[in-house]
Design a protein around this ligand. Structure first.
Ligand code: URP
Ligand code: ZN
Ligand code: ZN
Length: 462
């Protein structure tokens, strides 16, 4: 007896699209067979006629319950599971909250403890903020523990790591089989430009973008690529946003540098004009939104494989939180100052819709959606083929998508509990109607059925 059968659907993987029925048993995919040919009975049947059946999305870049900029975002790992599951996500990865003087392994374990409240399967990337002999010694320990992916910041005083320390961690990661990932923005360019704009009285939201010009990303990306090439170490870039960075990655890949990179839903769909309005504060994230030319270069890079993932970089703050660091004038009005708000935006739930719209307008194929949202995250971060595919023996992480279901990506329809959405004017045609994690239904009939603390730590190997 099977636990579940999903029948009559069109299976979509990163490689192909075909009609099949899928049988699930003991949390795994047990059978994939021609429609109508599975004879075994099942405890639950899902009729997927007219629907797509895809591997669950993986969100490898988000910040949940993560102290940042003097505040903390609104989600916890259970509420983030709900937002994720409605958007077709079945596994997610966050970052350790490492501070100086702390054991990175301890930071990872503390974070995993917080993540254990999740209803999705979860993992964590280890954040390094320094490289003394103790933390360098932890690189191998982390890899053996199932956390082989690391993150470093080239900006944000407090978490930013010195260049020499980057080289030390990168070298050890290469030796032990780990992967270093980077938030790559040039701190000198950002600081210098911010001061200059402020001295000129340019403080509107739109100057946030000018304070971090394309060169800000490009300088840091080029520096990290130079380090990677020099050490022959693999590297990963989080949230690339510019045509310049894409071009550098493309050229580096062509000369054999082991570099992989992502962009995010917002860089693919929004441009910097969004910041030039009273609501511009809602659209402040780092790196900032760019031009249409950059946006199109990112789509091109996804289609030619230069970029291999689309993530959300979800970090959801209320408008009140974003405004809480602003001063007020004598009449109580907020004084706009682009230097003050906390950076970060929601996105884990909308990611599916942004990609689906790109499928509908012919920018990418449905197989590409699966590749960049599920299969490549699993491959790059070391949990393939347990996750990221529909294969016999893989975890039964499955999303059933109704291609006709229309979902306006408004604050009201999303599940963050926020009073704004970056995509108030965007509607997705095609939306997940059933989300299944390891054979357990998390979303069905518009309801979240997931239970707290049912997610499982995903030990990963590269
Ligand atoms: O503005 C952003 N992206 N906030 C989240 C933290 C980060 O830098 O990825
Ligand atoms: Zn970042
Ligand atoms: Zn991030």
């Amino acid at each position: 007896m099977l636990d579940m059968i999903i029948k009559n659907g069109t299976v979509v993987t990163a490689e192909s699209t075909f009609r099949a029925d899928i049988g699930v048993k003991d949390e795994k995919i047990a059978l994939i067979a021609a429609p109508g040919t599975i004879q075994e009975k099942a405890a639950k049947e899902i009729d997927a006629a007219g629907r797509y059946v895809m591997p669950g999305l993986i969100e490898p870049h988000m910040h949940v319950a993560a102290p940042f900029g003097g505040t903390i975002d609104v989600l916890d790992f259970y509420s983030a599971s709900k937002c994720g599951a409605f958007g077709g996500v079945t596994s997610f990865m966050d970052f350790s909250t490492t501070v100086r003087g702390m054991s990175v392994m301890q930071a990872v374990k503390e974070r995993l403890d917080e993540m254990s409240h999740a209803a999705l399967d979860y993992s964590v990337h280890a954040k390094f903020v320094e490289a003394n002999s103790k933390v360098i010694g932890e690189v191998k320990e982390l890899i053996d523990f199932g956390v082989p992916t690391f993150k470093m910041f080239t900006t944000y005083p407090g978490v930013m790591i010195e260049d020499t320390d980057i080289l030390r961690i990168m070298d050890e990661a290469r030796r032990c089989g780990g992967l270093c990932g980077f938030h790559a923005e040039s701190n000198p360019i950002a600081e210098f430009t911010r001061e200059k704009l402020a001295a000129e009285g340019k403080l509107d939201w739109k100057y946030f973008n000018e304070a971090k010009p394309n060169a800000c990303e490009a300088e840091a990306v080029q520096r990290i690529l130079t380090f990677a090439e020099y050490l022959d170490a693999p590297v990963y870039f989080y949230h690339l946003s510019t045509k310049e960075a894409v071009e550098m990655v493309r050229h580096a890949q062509a000369r054999g540098v082991k570099v992989q990179a992502e962009t995010c839903g917002h860089y693919l769909t929004l441009t910097k004009e969004k910041n030039d309005s009273p609501d511009g504060i809602n659209f402040l994230m780092s790196p900032p939104l760019r031009t249409d030319e950059d946006r199109m270069a990112l789509w091109g890079a996804l289609n030619d494989g230069t970029l291999s993932l689309v993530t959300s970089d979800n970090e959801a703050f209320t408008r009140e939180q974003k405004e809480s660091f602003l001063d007020r004038d004598e009449n109580g009005n907020l004084i706009v100052d682009f230097r003050k708000p906390v950076n970060g935006t929601p996105g884990i739930e909308e990611r599916f819709g942004l990609l689906m719209n790109a499928v509908n307008n012919g920018t990418i194929t449905l197989n590409k959606l699966v590749e960049v949202g599920s299969t490549n995250p699993a491959r790059v971060f070391g949990c393939y083929p347990q996750k990221g595919c529909l294969e016999v023996g893989s975890d039964a992480d499955i999303v059933v998508v109704d291609p006709e279901k229309v979902m306006p990506l408004t604050a009201e329809n999303m599940h963050y509990g926020l009073d704004y959405s970056l995509y108030e004017d965007v509607t997705s045609k095609g939306w997940p109607v059933v989300t299944i994690r390891r054979g357990e239904v998390l979303v069905e009939d518009g309801k979240f059925l997931g239970k707290e603390s049912t997610g499982r730590f995903l030990a990963r190997r590269l």
